[in-house]
Design a protein around this ligand. Structure first.
Ligand code: 4NP
Length: 147
């Protein structure tokens, strides 16, 4: 799960996936990263933590890291939250097989009118709830593929 800062969208996706994986005992490993180095080592954004907690998801153990080329070797699928993340991640691909691993996260969600998960960082609280609903719905769809 990849976004820009690894403090709002992608740690939320990681936390929701970890919760669903544990609830349904699914054979998936998940991690998240940011394309930027802005927040390396930091906890998720307070507003994301508070919103996720309302829904029973604890994001406090997560720490931001930067996406690295090695992630292409470690993971089968790399979900990016928006087109800008897509372009940044593709830049680090070593070959066509790496590139084929990169997918827009919302491409899994046929019910959504959005193609990108909006960045809530510069907006209000409502944005965080909207992002939660969008990310949660999509994580459930992804997990259903593994049940
Ligand atoms: P994220 O949100 O990519 O969903 O983690 C952002 C977090 C930080 C910044 C931008 C977006 N920033 O510019 O610091």
């Amino acid at each position: 799960m990849v976004c820009l800062g690894n403090i709002c969208r992608s740690p939320l996706a990681e936390g929701i996936m970890l919760d669903l994986i544990s609830k349904h005992q699914l054979p998936i490993e998940v991690d998240s990263a940011g394309t930027s180095n802005y927040h390396i080592g930091e906890m998720p954004d307070k507003r994301t933590i508070v919103n996720a907690k309302k829904h029973g998801i604890d994001l406090t153990p997560l720490r931001a890291r930067q996406f690295v080329a090695q992630d292409y070797n470690a993971f089968d699928v790399i979900y990016v939250m928006d087109n800008s993340n897509y372009n940044n991640v593709i830049t680090l691909a070593k070959n066509e097989s790496d590139k084929a691993k990169v997918k827009l996260f919302l491409s899994e969600n046929k019910h959504s009118n959005f193609t990108e998960v909006p960045d809530p960082y510069f907006g209000g609280e409502e944005g965080f709830e909207n992002v939660f609903q969008l990310v949660h719905q999509t994580c459930e769809i992804i997990c259903n593929n593994y049940k």
